[in-house]
Design a protein around this ligand. Structure first.
Ligand SMILES: Cc1cc2nc3c(=O)[nH]c(=O)nc-3n(C[C@H](O)[C@H](O)[C@H](O)COP(=O)(O)O)c2cc1C
Length: 376
């Protein structure tokens, strides 16, 4: 897959143009000064390093987790306004539903949502291959395979976290997805399941899947427990972030995105940094779920902290974008409650949050609700 896939095309073009002009200027200078043989190597090395830095930048450094019944297209549009550079994911979509269902309805999304990955559920390589083909037509930036969902229905269907016990099948699924879509393929998984909680279990799982060509892993740093509900299993047993660092140590050429209970910039920063005293590396990215759902505005803090071009929009502009999008979707016949169900949290923890939530839920459009709550 192209390393440029997640970069905005114009950004890449500008970089190439600047680099090209710079190289030309350097050469011109050397020629006019009759120093043809002494092209400044250091400057060229610097240039290559600089370009490498920008072009190979890991796009999934900060991600919003896939969340069923939460991260639909309306939610992602909203998240994109708050965090212009974070990586977004769909909810888990079963591969069979994509093949047999209304793919336009399931997969279509707004162009502004890029970079966005689609998360697939399933365990049949042939079906996943077809689903990935369909998804790639919609221009998703990544296909992620769910190997972490512990719901009893999912486990009974032998997908989600049940796949962690079948690493060879996951490897086959990854190969099939890669054959179907010429985009990045990743896997989201847990650090263990029930009695399989030794580090060697997750290490061997990652090793086998990596051999099949997957090099991005999203690690929910908690074991799956069969007799717990998915809701409880998001808090019990405790998180073990060391295992994610161990994975990074043991597979240094893979990218590891840590997931689980991140709710502040400081916690995210800490896992990205090395643990020098233990000689353990930092991980490559962080994925946040519930904290973003509860306090979407945390995305603006993450954007400010982790992206050099801050690109932050003032609140008024965000409300205007929501307003335009809201009317567009309503004209398409989408139910207003569905459109705003994640937007209602925008002002959580602020005075006026309850009224904002109430008005939106009652069908008042965002601009009018904002005026009534904050400008009266
Ligand atoms: C409402 C909800 C729905 C979820 N749905 C999915 C899903 O579709 N696919 C998935 O891989 N994980 C799903 N998860 C798990 C999250 O992606 C994430 O791994 C988990 O919440 C831990 O991260 P957090 O502590 O930052 O919330 C869901 C979590 C929640 C709260």
């Amino acid at each position: 897959m192209s390393v440029f896939a997640h970069q905005k095309k114009d950004e890449v073009l500008v970089l190439w143009l600047v680099s090209f002009a710079f190289s030309l200027a350097l050469m011109g200078k050397c020629v006019t000064e009759r120093r043809v043989k002494s092209i400044p190597k250091n400057a060229l090395v610097f240039l290559i390093v600089l370009m490498y830095h920008f072009l190979m930048r890991f796009s999934q450094r900060v991600c919003v987790a896939p969340m069923m019944d939460v991260t639909d297209r309306h939610c992602r549009f909203f998240h994109r306004l708050l965090g212009p550079d974070v990586f977004l994911y769909t909810e888990m979509l079963h591969s069979l539903a994509i093949i047999n269902g209304d793919s336009d309805k399931l997969l279509d999304f707004d162009n502004s949502e890029h970079p966005v990955g689609i998360q697939l559920g399933g365990n049949e390589p042939r079906i996943l291959n077809q689903a990935a083909k369909i998804a790639s037509k919609f221009n998703y930036d990544e296909v992620n395979l769910n190997c972490g969902c512990p719901s009893s229905k999912v486990v009974a269907g032998n997908f989600g976290v049940a796949l962690m016990r079948k690493p060879q099948l996951v490897a086959d699924c990854v190969k099939a997805i890669k054959d179907g879509a010429s985009i990045s393929v990743s896997v989201k998984h847990r650090i263990g399941i029930d009695d399989c909680k030794d580090y060697s279990f997750v290490r061997d799982f990652v090793g086998r899947v990596h051999d099949a060509g997957c090099d991005i892993f999203f690690v929910h740093a908690r074991c799956a427990v069969s007799n717990l509900s998915p809701k409880k299993n998001r808090d019990i047993p405790p998180i073990d972030m060391f295992k994610v660092r161990f994975l990074k140590r043991d597979f240094p050429d893979c990218k590891f995105v840590a997931n689980g209970e991140f709710d502040t910039v400081a916690k995210c920063r800490s896992i990205l940094e090395k643990k020098k005293e233990l000689s353990l590396p930092g991980v490559d990215g962080v994925m946040l779920g519930r904290a973003i759902r509860r306090y979407p505005v945390l995305l603006t803090d993450l954007q400010r902290a982790f992206y050099p071009k801050k690109n932050l929009r003032p609140t008024g502009e965000i409300i205007t974008c929501l307003e335009n999008y809201y009317h567009l979707q309503k004209r398409k016949g989408i139910n207003s409650r569905r459109i705003v169900r994640s937007w209602v949290n925008l002002f959580n923890n602020k005075k006026g949050s309850k009224k904002w939530r109430f008005l939106l839920a009652e069908g008042v459009a965002p601009m009018e609700a904002y005026r009534r709550v904050f400008c009266s």
